[in-house]
Design a binder for this molecule. Structure first.
Ligand code: HXC
Length: 257
């Protein structure tokens, strides 16, 4: 696959993407961004891939955007290249994604984790948006997604002071779905991904679309959108299989790919 900054492994219907710039604590440079986007978009087109796990090292999920790469850039460079715009494509994947965060998830690292659908944390995880200490602000959606995840009070304090949040606070605040011991993080993330990948692929996509819609629209419109998808699910063989399996007291075998 020719990637330099990431590793991609497949186990069954699950893909594991590991950020791999250990010497820079997985700082997100443009090469890494382009590789993550290319790899995940390729997986998104693969009907044999039902879920994508994104992870880093034990010490760092990612310690932020690459400060050394950004340091010499000026405004025309940033604006004309639309720096970091490609990260938005991660949020548009249809395949569910799981972020497995161990160690530092700072700045762009925290934003990358929040771009994923399910966020699992090791007990060593540290989240923060410290950009203000560098004379800038979040640029991959942090001010928006952190605020939606944890509310104004914590988001304001974190973005204005740069203070970090540990795993326990992150779970309490609703940033992560669960905290697990660091040495179990990878297995747990793969287990969650395996569960998702075992569901009906189109239904998992519909669930993702419906939940994400709640961030973009009113309650009434969101409920309407969900209802239409719910009705549409009855066009799937997987609905017949899932409900028949329940009635027959056996596990379902979903077939849509
Ligand atoms: C480039 C980085 C980096 C980063 C760490 N490194 N973070 N390089 N960009 N974001 C490099 C260090 O320079 C060092 O390289 C090596 O990784 C190891 O880091 P150390 O600092 O020696 O490790 P440690 O002492 O354990 O401290 C870990 C740390 C610290 C607390 C995470 O590295 C840190 O504060 N990093 C920056 C965190 C940050 O501000 N992130 C937000 C970035 S801005 P050498 O070559 O010296 O060994 C951002 C903006 C998003 O994300 C959008 C803006 C437009």
């Amino acid at each position: 696959d020719g990637y330099e900054t990431i590793l991609v492994e497949r186990t069954g219907r699950t893909a594991l993407l590991t950020l791999n710039r250990p010497k820079a604590l997985n700082a997100l440079n443009l090469r890494l961004m382009n590789e993550v986007v290319a790899a995940t978009e390729a997986l998104d087109r693969d009907p044999e891939c039902g879920c994508i796990v994104l992870t880093g090292s034990a010490k760092a999920f990612a310690a932020g955007a690459d400060i050394k790469e950004m340091q010499p850039q000026d405004y025309p460079d940033m604006y004309l290249s639309d720096w970091f715009a490609a990260w938005d494509r991660l949020g548009r994947l249809r395949t569910p994604t799981v972020a497995a965060v161990s160690g530092y998830a700072l700045g762009g690292g925290c934003e990358l984790a929040m771009l994923c659908d399910v966020l699992l944390a090791a007990d060593t995880a540290v989240f923060g948006q410290p950009e203000i200490k560098l004379g800038v602000l979040p640029g991959i959606g942090g001010s928006q997604r952190l605020t939606r995840a944890v509310g104004k009070a914590k988001a304001m304090e974190m973005c204005l002071t740069g203070r970090t949040m540990d795993a326990v606070e992150a779970e309490r605040a609703g940033l992560v779905s669960r905290v697990v011991p660091a040495d179990e993080l990878r297995a747990e993330a793969l287990a969650v991904a395996g569960t998702i990948a075992g569901m009906s692929r189109p239904v998992a996509m519909m669930v993702k679309e419906a939940v994400n819609r709640s961030f973009e629209t009113t309650l009434a419109e969101g409920v309407h959108f969900e209802r239409r998808l719910f009705h549409a699910a009855f066009a799937l063989a997987d609905q017949k299989e899932g409900m028949t399996a329940f009635v027959d007291k056996r596990p379902p075998r979903f077939t849509h790919r």
